[in-house]
Design a protein around this ligand. Structure first.
Ligand SMILES: *Cc1c(COP(=O)(O)O)cnc(C)c1O
Length: 227
């Protein structure tokens, strides 16, 4: 069940702060996405390639599809013709494959690098040193990577009730983001997106400088997985 009231409130809260709301519609039916689309929502986030490929053709071309999950290199080709932003790039190999598939589709694909900030083993992502290494490779091979643009960072905080811990994880992501924005090898006007914050912690994330939040359950209700 879509919560139209929550969508209106959250949108009204984020808009004046220039924070982009990505409505995370994974596992939710197209009819739910349509309801939010009709209210004016355009950015939607998915984490399963097949599900995204099935949903994308059902919506107008001005819908912006964000791929927010862990992406395997061999699946990039299925979403390369339309994806708006890939949030969770965590290897140079994946970056090269995105470039290759973007080139085939005669377009440029925007991506974020995932920084691991949580105190949990299971979450994907790079540590700070790996982010810098990847950016150095990217800078060195920029001429061959013209069809992919690194537009910022993404991260997920630990799933905990400890607000101070969540806040300090977001502060760390924001600090790395700001540092990179200023670093000489990456002085790019389009390196401007810091994607952090979900249903449970988006307000903390925005206080700590997020300019893109990914919200699912507050808008669409709890998810049910049938495995
Ligand atoms: C599912 C998911 C979200 C949204 O989670 P909610 O808690 O439902 O808001 C955000 N980001 C990523 C990467 C996700 O996988």
């Amino acid at each position: 069940m879509v919560d139209a009231k929550a969508w209106k409130e959250i949108s009204a809260e984020l808009q004046p702060q220039n924070v982009t709301l990505v409505a995370v519609s994974k596992t939710k039916p197209a009819s739910d996405i349509q309801e939010l689309y009709d209210l004016g929502q355009r950015d939607f986030g998915e984490n399963y390639v097949q599900e995204l490929v099935d949903k994308q053709p059902l919506f107008p071309a001005d819908t912006r599809w964000h791929y927010i999950g862990h992406l395997q290199s061999n699946k990039v080709k299925y979403i390369a013709s339309f994806v708006h932003l890939i949030h969770a790039v965590d290897s140079f190999k994946l970056l090269q494959e995105i470039n290759k598939q973007a080139t085939k589709n005669d377009r440029t694909i925007d991506v974020l690098l995932q920084l691991h900030i949580a105190d949990e083993e299971t979450k994907f992502g790079l540590d700070e040193k790996e982010v810098i290494e990847l950016l150095e490779y990217y800078s060195a091979q920029e001429a061959q990577l013209q069809n992919v643009r690194i537009c910022g960072l993404m991260g997920m905080a630990t799933n905990t009730d400890n607000e101070q811990q969540i806040r300090s994880e977001f502060q760390r992501l924001q600090a790395v983001f700001k540092n990179l924005q200023q670093s000489q090898f990456l002085f790019k006007p389009y390196f401007n997106t810091c994607s952090m914050g979900m249903s449970g912690d988006y307000q903390i994330a925005v206080e700590e400088g997020s300019n893109m939040v990914r919200i699912g359950s507050l808008l669409f209700g709890a998810r049910q997985y049938n495995t």
